[in-house]
Design a protein around this ligand. Structure first.
Ligand code: SF4
Length: 92
């Protein structure tokens, strides 16, 4: 394993420890390169301290993720569909 890969693993493990357990599967899906929607969701939740309501009410209209952020349609449980984006605008 290269030094880059070791450092990446270390940082991912650290991030996993910091987030709610409920968000870890989505985050790992993104880190495995399996879903751009998962990556978008993980980024928005990280950005807003894992508070769904804060993502929904995001006021950073200039953010490149704004139109794609999850939770725009009022769903709280967004982990039960194919790509974990029920209610979101991601269209990968
Ligand atoms: S859209 Fe809002 S919540 Fe998502 S990354 Fe941008 S600023 Fe953060």
């Amino acid at each position: 394993m290269s030094e880059f890969e070791k450092e990446r693993e270390r940082q991912i493990a650290e991030r996993l420890r910091e987030m709610p357990k409920s968000q870890r599967a989505n985050y790992l899906k993104a880190q495995e390169g399996k879903s751009r929607c998962a990556a978008m969701k993980a980024k928005c939740l990280d950005c807003m301290g894992y508070k769904i309501e804060e993502v929904r009410q995001c006021t950073d209209l200039a953010c490149s993720h704004y139109l794609y952020r999850p939770y725009q349609n009022g769903h709280k449980n967004e982990t039960d569909d194919q790509d974990g984006q029920k209610g979101g605008q991601c269209d990968e």
